[in-house]
Design a protein around this ligand. Structure first.
Ligand code: CP
Ligand code: NVA
Length: 296
């Protein structure tokens, strides 16, 4: 059966742990020798493109990055025909799409794994990199740790809270009431036995938190909502005073790109509690781990 990764819950918790373990292999076997991986981007990317291309190269394969305007998904030809075509040549297809449904349509026709490189709904590779970062910082065992998510309950947040539920990490989310996590994800967290509390008060969320995680207030594709969002999220700025309310030794996470002065203060993201650069580095291990798991 062809496996795909549209969100982190396409893996079972034990499969997720296997991917995390494989990601730690700094000298991985060349499981992609002579094979290609297509990487299609409908939105800009720095980390995901670099980490994906390098991961494929380090596994002996050839990454082919294709910008959306070169293939014209649903313009030049349908998303299905793009997937059918690319699967004639490539061992896997990664795609960063505006609309998650495009990935679902690609999965329906693809004979090779489809990997979500970020959609409006999910960012599973980011969640894998985030868990690697926390595992490395906390010494392996994640269970019983607490992370405060402060800000938008969007794609990165959704995959992250699911990944936390799958690995025993408790999450408290502080979001504006208008931008809470969707009910289906809340229910899925419960099915995984996860502990998730939602509040609209950031000071409550960060109490006893071992990490504080935030994301941009205006995600790619939401630029038309900028004015409303900057107002709604203003109370959710992660500054030094909010960091000071978390547990002693608490760390700061951000998927990047970041907007200093909006969701995070420069003194926090550039300060000693910040893990954002190891977190970015772990995106390479995350993609390697996933490809190793798919092709070993
Ligand atoms: N975090 C992340 O996915 O970064 P890019 O958008 O630069 O790929
Ligand atoms: N939520 C952000 C994440 C970028 C990696 C976005 O979708 O733009």
């Amino acid at each position: 059966m062809t496996r795909h990764l549209l969100d982190i819950d396409d893996l079972t918790p034990s499969e997720l742990n296997a991917v995390l373990d494989l990601a730690a292999d700094e000298y991985p076997p060349h499981v992609l020798t002579g094979r290609g991986v297509a990487l299609v981007f409908q939105k800009p990317s720095a980390r995901t493109r670099s980490s994906s291309e390098l991961a494929v190269f380090q596994l002996g394969g050839h990454p082919l990055t294709i910008r959306a305007d070169e293939v014209g998904i649903d313009e030049r030809e349908s998303a299905e025909d793009v997937a059918r075509t690319l699967s004639q040549y490539h061992a896997a297809i990664g795609a960063r799409v505006l609309d998650h449904e495009v990935l679902v349509r690609m999965v329906a026709v693809s004979s090779v794994p489809i990997v979500n490189l970020l959609s409006d709904r999910a960012h599973p590779l980011q969640a894998i990199g985030d868990l690697l970062t926390l595992r490395s910082h906390w010494g392996g065992n994640l269970a019983g740790r607490r992370v405060a998510w402060v800000g938008d309950a969007n794609n990165v947040a959704r995959s992250f809270v699911l990944a936390c539920a799958m690995t025993g990490v408790d999450v408290v989310m502080a979001t504006p009431p208008s931008h809470r996590l969707d009910q289906a994800t809340v229910e899925e967290v419960a099915e995984f036995g996860g502990n998730l509390v939602q509040t609209s008060v950031p000071e409550e969320a960060v109490k006893e938190a071992d990490a504080i995680y935030t994301d941009v207030w205006v995600s790619m594709g939401q630029e038309g909502e900028s004015v409303e969002r900057l107002v709604a999220f203003a109370p959710y700025h992660v500054g030094a005073s909010l960091m000071g309310l978390a547990a002693p030794g608490a760390v700061f996470l951000h998927c990047l790109p970041a907007h200093r002065g909006e969701e995070v203060a420069a003194e926090v993201i550039d300060g000693p509690a910040s893990l954002v650069w190891p977190q970015a580095a772990n995106r390479l291990r995350a993609m390697r781990g996933l490809l190793l798991w798919l092709f070993s």
